[in-house]
Ligand binder design. Structure first.
Ligand code: C2E
Ligand code: CA
Ligand code: CA
Length: 563
């Protein structure tokens, strides 16, 4: 036993304590360490064999057999052998052969065992560290490299000065949210995992494909391989077992592509440019492949500018609320109005279409909606103080609000702050696709109803609207989208027939209905004939500043309803 406490053993042990990176590195240190104790232990040869099962190795099995020490004096063939099995059925075998002609006594064999045990502990420890490291660099779901790993890899290429031989492809699955929403997140996970597996086969040495969270995949590819990669990801079929049947999904992707130019070393900016190009596909072109251009960059800069000026603009009250009257076709009177926001930036009046989508994508829209609600409340207070009866005002609420569990509370707080009767307010929401959203929407409209606040479904007919679903919601008003109104007077009768049945159902279910975007008398006449008596559109008025609307409201303005 004395051997293990010897000076030599301490040398052996210390030699294995270096800052180790991987279990392979440890194996590389073993021969040097054994030199210290081989003589004392009469070793002729030392062999290690490592067999890792696929579970231990995260995918593929691994076997290595190495001679760690061999004496020049030769060895006898009867080894002192030990096999250590791990929980995941991996095996590490040690075989120590005695020097030629030597036989170990029991005490020496005990020393050999201790040496093996200690060596194994050191190896296992480094293997564990290695696994943790790999985990830190690996996406759990797909086993692809993760964002950290991607950045590390790209930085290394930048340091080597070869990053400009590469192209970044930032891809997003087209139909993923549909799969996730209709079949649940477990099916979604299967798709992502399988998809990740397929991507693994698509890159070669010196390249990398990482998962950047969600259904975002980013590839760093050598320029010459980009086209092939893009072709390979255009249609990947993924079978998903659902209960006792299997459904195959043809996964389509859109990609933003940025070829890294000469002497360009900023990895973050490179990824951002590929991402900007992808966003361009999502919001503008809808193309499968969008290559980065200066125009795309300029657009992204404008969006960044909106985002960076937004808070300040709120504080400076640069957002102005316009009102568009809703007209009752039976009386010609204003029966209500919709609050529509504009951005007064210096002498520029920016329409909502130029900033709302940007704020939506950044989640800032909720702040703006509450700002608009407050300005509306201020106006209602102003009207009441002047003795003007306020017609109900509808305020647009983005569907992002549905993620806020305190939404109703936040709304009623504002109403209490301005001491406003809830019946003056209507919240306009657009319908959304998923069943989860539907549950939340249903709770939201129910609670608003309890508080006496009306709700309407905006842009009806453009989404996944289903009247059968809507009938269970506490919705007061359905707003028929402009696209229906546009076609109403055309030769083709089909739109009219569809609209007629929708209108009959809505009124039959006891909900109110209003048609949006009515621009001429003919449309209004047909709508009235079909039983839709509420109209909002340029035929009567465009959205107007608060003061102008106040005047119309004060004088009890009546529109010409001679259709
Ligand atoms: P929306 O909620 O569907 O609002 C109706 C839009 O149609 C308004 O555009 C209105 O000016 C326009 N419009 C009304 N009648 C006619 C017509 O006869 N012909 C034509 N061509 N257009 C008509 P606007 O004000 O530009 O608003 C655009 C969209 O921006 C709104 O569509 C809404 O989705 C969004 N938006 C506006 N204000 C807000 C807000 O405060 N919060 C949120 N979340 N979204 C808002
Ligand atoms: Ca609206
Ligand atoms: Ca609308």
């Amino acid at each position: 036993m004395s051997t293990l406490c010897s000076e030599n053993y301490r040398h052996f042990y210390n030699a294995l304590q270096a800052e180790t990176v991987s279990s392979d590195d440890i194996l590389n240190l073993v021969p040097g360490a054994l030199e210290y104790v081989a003589g004392e232990l009469h070793m002729g040869k030392f062999e290690i064999r490592v067999e890792l099962t696929p579970t231990a190795q995260e995918g593929s099995p691994y076997i290595t057999s190495r001679v760690m020490y061999e004496s020049s004096e030769g060895f006898d063939l009867m080894p002192h052998a030990r096999i250590i099995k791990t929980i995941d059925k991996s095996r590490v075998s040690f075989a120590i052969f005695p020097l030629k002609g030597y036989t170990w006594n029991e005490e020496e064999k005990g020393a050999l065992d201790l040496l093996i045990k200690n060596l194994y502990i050191i190896m296992a420890k480094s293997r564990l560290t290695e696994l943790v490291r790999t985990r830190q660099l690996t996406d759990h779901l797909t086993a692809l490299p993760n964002t950290t790993s991607f950045t590390k890899f790209a930085m290394e290429l930048a340091l080597k000065g070869v990053l400009d031989q590469y192209t970044i492809v930032f891809s997003n699955l087209r139909n993923f949210s549909y799969i996730n929403q209709t079949l649940g997140s477990r099916a979604g996970d299967i798709v992502l995992r399988e998809y990740g597996q397929r991507l693994k086969d698509l890159y070669s040495r010196g390249e990398l494909i990482a998962r950047f969270g969600g259904d975002n995949f980013v590839a760093l590819l050598k320029d010459e391989n980009v086209d092939k990669y893009l072709d390979s990801i255009t249609g990947i079929n993924i079978p998903v077992a659902l209960g006792n049947q299997t459904r195959t999904f043809a996964i389509k992707t859109r990609s933003g592509i940025f070829k890294i130019p000469e002497a360009f070393n900023n990895v973050g900016e490179a990824v951002s440019r590929a991402n900007i190009s992808l966003e361009y596909s999502k919001h503008v072109s809808d193309a499968d492949r969008v290559y980065f251009t200066d125009t795309i960059m300029a657009r992204a800069n404008r969006e960044r500018e909106i985002i960076s000026h937004f808070r300040e603009a709120i504080l400076r009250r640069e957002f102005k609320v316009y009102y568009q009257p809703k007209v009752d076709l039976t009386t010609g009177r204003i029966s209500g109005c919709e609050a529509l926001v504009r951005w007064q930036k210096g002498d520029q009046l920016i329409p909502p279409i130029d900033f709302i989508p940007v704020l939506e994508s950044e989640g800032m829209i909720c702040e703006l909606d509450f700002y608009v609600l407050e300005r509306v409340c201020e106006n209602i207070v102003g009207w009441l103080e002047k003795g003007i009866a306020p017609a109900r005002v509808s305020v647009n609420f983005s569907k992002h609000h549905l993620r806020n569990p305190n939404l109703v509370h936040d709304i009623t707080d504002i109403l209490s702050k301005y001491e406003i009767n809830p019946s003056y307010l209507e919240i306009e929401l657009t319908e959304s696709a998923g069943s989860d959203d539907y549950k939340i929407l249903s709770q939201f409209t129910d609670t608003l109803k309890e508080h006496g606040i009306a709700t309407s479904i905006d842009d009806f007919g453009t989404g996944y609207s289903s009247l059968s679903l809507l009938k269970d919601l506490s919705i007061n008003v359905i707003k028929i989208d402009k696209s229906f109104v546009d076609n109403i007077a055309s030769e083709d009768k089909r739109d009219r027939i569809i609209l007629q049945s929708i209108l009959t159902m809505i009124t039959g279910l006891g909900m109110g209905v209003i048609a949006e975007g009515c621009e001429d008398k003919e449309q209004a006449r047909i709508l009235k004939e079909m039983g839709c008596n509420m109209i909002q559109g340029f035929l009567f008025d465009k959205p107007m500043p608060g003061e102008e609307y106040t005047k119309k409201l004060a004088e009890g303005f009546t529109y010409d309803i001679n259709l």
